[in-house]
Design a protein around this ligand. Structure first.
Ligand code: G3D
Ligand code: MG
Length: 182
């Protein structure tokens, strides 16, 4: 990928997992108190550091309330990758998140997209660790061709978000070179 490349990402996940907070943290490098997203937010972010340096990420943050979830495929259709955000504290809703993820990845078009799970709210005392979240979401049981990774983060401080951009970028590159080999 050249340094002038740009990628499109759909950022999905249940409502209140922290998607909009992540988006504005990435965009402005500061905390922005988000109001619940009605339809979507979209920001273009040029990465200034790390392995994705120089790459422009166009990130769609799509409303996660249950009546909005059927629209997710409209966004993934034109995407190069999916970021799926979960709230690391909300054990009950992790089950719901798992079901939504399975539903999303039933669509064969989405199976071809690299998936980065962001385990957000790692700052909270009761947050589950990445191993537990990986298990609860059943990431190892996904379609064998599904390329994925998981990254912990705190959208309030921004911790883990540069690593998340790097990981998403690495997955996109990996997927592209897998395709070439076929
Ligand atoms: P959404 O866009 O996925 O629906 P929001 O989620 O970004 O609107 O965030 C939902 C709530 O979670 C917000 O709190 C936000 O401040 C909080 N939040 C987001 N990320 C983190 C995090 O990493 N740690 C902690 N502790 N809280 C976080 P309110 O109170 O405004 O509902
Ligand atoms: Mg939102």
């Amino acid at each position: 990928m050249g340094s002038s490349s740009s990628v499109q990402i759909s950022m999905l996940g249940l409502d209140s997992s922290g998607k909009t907070t992540i988006l504005y943290r990435m965009k402005f490098q500061q905390y922005t108190n988000a109001t619940p997203t009605i339809s979507y937010n979209c920001e273009t972010i040029k990465v200034k550091e790390g392995r994705a340096k120089g790459i422009t990420f166009k990130i769609w943050d799509v409303g996660g309330q249950d009546n909005k979830r059927p629209l997710w495929n409209q966004y993934t259709r034109s995407s190069d990758g999916i970021i799926f955000v979960v709230d690391s504290v909300d054990r009950e809703r992790l089950e719901e998140a798992k079901l939504e993820l399975i539903r999303l990845l039933k669509n064969a078009d989405n199976q071809r997209l690299p998936l980065l799970v962001i385990a957000n709210k790692q700052d909270l005392p009761n947050s589950l660790d990445l191993c537990e979240i990986e298990k609860l979401l059943g990431l190892r049981d996904l379609h064998p061709g599904q390329v994925w990774a998981i990254q912990g983060a705190c959208a309030i401080t921004g911790e883990g978000l540069p690593e998340a951009m790097d990981a998403m970028f690495d997955l996109i590159v990996k997927k592209k070179s897998l395709k070439k080999k076929k």
